[in-house]
Ligand binder design. Structure first.
Ligand code: UDP
Length: 494
């Protein structure tokens, strides 16, 4: 008698609408589809192309199983400019509450859609971005389990859980006083309150009620999906499962799930091709890649100190600069004279002012080091490519990630930044009272020297990074830890 094959559960994946969040969660959707589970990704019209591009990048095996559904995003109704459908497209900080408001209304529209979807293809499981707090109610109405995807690593989530439970940051006298976060013995971690994610700061820009909702959502969900792999974080995922009582599935690194190279539609621009051609002419491990995530920008004086360090270092540099249009005229001119964006082989400091093809850059054999803001997406992409890092955390959970990179994994050199870097979103271009830089050129140079030319220690970091690259690849292969966790996730949902 023929065995009846059970159909795999239908996952509905609802990204939190912010660029760096959408990238990994859509890649997770692709991995689920590659494992044979049907997936619907719910997004908005302005983000549909980004989602579709990721799906195509993942290849035929995934794209055949994925439906991308765009539901109108009520930007104008919430007081946002028309087409503002991602958090990082919000034109000013003042409009962030409006953005949250729009996402709540969007949740109502998603619910309506899922009710209709149930008639033809019942959702078996919801995976929602961490601020889509309404997704839990939606899952309960559909009788489906609900998983959360934060975009954080398991170690950072473990630290946050400790902070939420024990509140050591509330017992210190100042923002700079160090306290212990003993989550992964025998390692010892000390942080100052100002280095913690926003929700742990005394003057948090997110309203109290919204913070409570976020916490209630993460406590209510059935499980946690993490873009990481078990061999990387010294048991953090298992500890997180133990302290939260939830199933934790590490299924990454998702940057390895697609075809390598320039297949992401945005990465196929002329700028991106120039960048890759420039890299092709460089010696192995000789290039320093500098980037601070999808939106990270520095105040002008700080950018100048970084720039002076970069143009005086002996290695060819690719420097991704966000927000270059809003820089003061003198900084702008300095950049014009000291960097190139033409990609000529002789240019020493190649500036990329748009979207850089980061995964392809990191995977290029010419790249020998990455100066990063320690966003988890960038960190894991660097690990997956075997590239050691110099760490310059800006904000959010990035100071936590820095400890993992430098102290636990020993594949990074800290620049020694102690305070969050204030970005400049809008405002007075030639700024009266421009703030002094916290981090001087010499401090940056010292860390870069250690990263790129660090003698025995540098070699040891490179060897460790190479070993982790091999483990990352193995985790996603048939029978590897992330492969098996994807299977378990599918079983859990079925
Ligand atoms: N990224 C990119 N090109 C850029 C800037 C960023 O491809 O010019 C991608 C990067 O590969 C990563 C994500 O954007 O996947 C940034 O995520 P991360 O968590 O590092 O930082 P965030 O943007 O959240 O601060």
């Amino acid at each position: 008698m023929e065995a009846t094959l059970c159909p795999k559960p239908h996952f509905v994946v609802i990204p939190w609408p912010a660029t760096s969040h959408m990238i990994p969660i859509v890649d997770i959707a692709c991995l689920l589809a590659a494992h044979g589970a049907p997936v619907t990704v719910i997004t908005t019209p302005a983000s549909a192309q980004l989602v579709q591009g990721r799906v195509e990048r993942a290849g035929q095996a995934s794209s055949a199983g994925i439906t991308v559904t765009a539901i109108p995003f009520p930007a104008v109704e919430a007081g946002l400019p028309d087409g503002c459908e991602r958090l990082d497209h919000t034109p000013s900080f003042d409009l962030v509450p409006n953005f949250f408001d729009a996402t709540m209304r969007f949740g109502d529209a998603v619910l309506q859609h899922c009710r209709v979807l149930t008639a033809t293809r019942r959702p078996s499981c919801i995976i929602a971005g961490m601020c889509n707090t309404w997704a839990h109610g939606l899952a309960r109405e559909l009788g489906a389990p609900c998983f959360i995807f934060h975009g954080f690593c398991a170690f950072a989530l473990l630290c946050c859980e400790y902070l939420n439970t024990h509140k050591p940051h509330e017992a210190v006298a100042s923002l700079d006083e160090l306290f212990d976060v003993p989550v992964l013995p025998p390692f010892e971690f000390k942080f100052a309150r100002r280095q913690l994610p926003l929700q742990f700061l005394p003057s948090c820009s997110i309203p109290e009620g919204r913070l409570r909702e976020l916490r209630e959502f993460e406590m209510a969900v059935d499980g946690i999906v993490v873009n990481s792999f078990e061999e990387l974080e010294h048991g953090s995922a298992a500890r997180l499962a133990a302290v939260t009582g939830k199933a934790v599935f590490a299924v990454g690194p998702v940057s390895l799930c697609g075809a390598p190279g320039l297949v992401d539609s945005r990465a196929c621009s002329d700028d991106a091709r120039r960048c890759m051609a420039w890299l092709d002419a460089k010696k192995a491990n000789s290039v320093l890649y500098v980037s601070f995530g999808s939106a990270g920008r520095m105040p002008p004086e700080q950018l100048m100190q970084l720039g002076l360090a970069l143009v005086s270092c002996p290695w060819p540099v690719i420097w991704v600069i966000k927000g270059a249009d809003s820089l003061p005229d003198d900084v702008h001119e300095w950049l014009q004279h000291n960097t190139n964006d033409d990609g000529l082989p002789e240019s020493q400091c190649l500036a990329v002012r748009g979207w850089a093809p980061q995964v392809a850059i990191l995977e290029h054999p010419g790249v020998g080091g990455f100066l990063t803001h320690c966003g988890w997406g960038s960190t894991l992409e660097s690990v997956a490519a075997g590239v050691p890092m110099a760490t310059w955390p800006f904000t959010a959970e990035q100071f936590l990630n820095e400890k993992l990179i430098v102290d636990v994994l020993r594949i990074g050199v800290s620049v020694g930044v102690t305070k969050p870097t204030e970005g400049v979103l809008t405002g007075d271009k030639n700024g009266a009272g421009r703030a002094k830089a916290d981090v001087g050129m010499e401090q940056v140079k010292k860390a870069l020297d250690m990263l790129m030319d660090g003698g025995e220690d540098g070699e040891a970091r490179r060897t460790k990074a190479e070993a982790l690259k091999a483990k990352a690849k193995a985790a996603l292969e048939h029978g590897g830890s992330s492969f098996m966790n994807l299977e378990k996730l599918i079983q859990f949902a079925g």
